[in-house]
Design a protein around this ligand. Sequence first.
Ligand SMILES: Nc1ncnc2c1ncn2[C@@H]1O[C@H](COP(=O)(O)OP(=O)(O)OP(=O)(O)O)[C@@H](O)[C@H]1O
Ligand SMILES: [Mg+2]
Length: 247
Amino acid sequence: MAAPGGEPALEARGLVRRFGATTALDGLGLAVRPGELYGLVGPDGAGKTTAIRALAGLIDLDGGEARVLGLDPIREGRAVRERLGLMPQQFSLYRDLSVMENLRFFGRVYCLPRAAFRERSERLLQLTRLAPFADRRADALSGGMYKKLALACALLHRPEVLILDEPTNGVDPVSRRELWALLHEFVHGGMAVLISTPYMDEAERCDRVGLAHRGRLLDEGAPLELLARSGAATFEELFVARIREAG
Ligand SMILES: Nc1ncnc2c1ncn2[C@@H]1O[C@H](COP(=O)(O)OP(=O)(O)OP(=O)(O)O)[C@@H](O)[C@H]1O
Ligand SMILES: [Mg+2]
């Protein structure tokens, strides 16, 4: 089991991004180390997706720097894509293809040799407990199973860093727990994981959390430390109070 440490696997420094009159990112900064599960918690419109897109090299910045394993996600995009797994907020699978066919498609995108694909897809189907549903069409999966398939597709190339944008949104509590258990397993193996969530109570499942609001972090730390420091009884109480203070 790898302990969190060393150079950050993911780093955002003073990110600024505007869309017309809207400032989506206003100086947001965070760092995630190998073996660490970092939760970016915040209400709708806080800038979580924009920060994730900047880290994944999908959008340009008006200011600040994003780094993945020390690499620039835009200028060194190819090298970053080989080592980064991304599960966007709206992860698009082929709805008329089966679970296995979707996996095979992503295996081809990543140019995986057949033997490696076979081994990894089997392992991921087991981990996600989707093996019995390998022939089921994606559009016939439950919401939680669909997210798990999306996760399996994002992990086929064995990324060192994984970013997930609201993967538990709209997922039932049992599947939510399973998804978190999977993430903890990857993190114990040394992966750096950044997860965004609008659910404030999910903060307790992370090694560290950042509370995003209006494009910046209002607070950051280990979940229990944050609670102890504030005197609040729950994360919801703590975060809602912080957001109210920030105005
Ligand atoms: N492409 C875009 N064009 C215009 N405005 C945008 C664009 N992308 C994001 N924004 C705006 O930037 C702000 C931050 O949006 P973002 O999607 O990053 O928030 P979020 O924290 O992911 O919210 P949610 O929890 O609803 O997904 C919002 O005000 C949003 O309307
Ligand atoms: Mg979002």
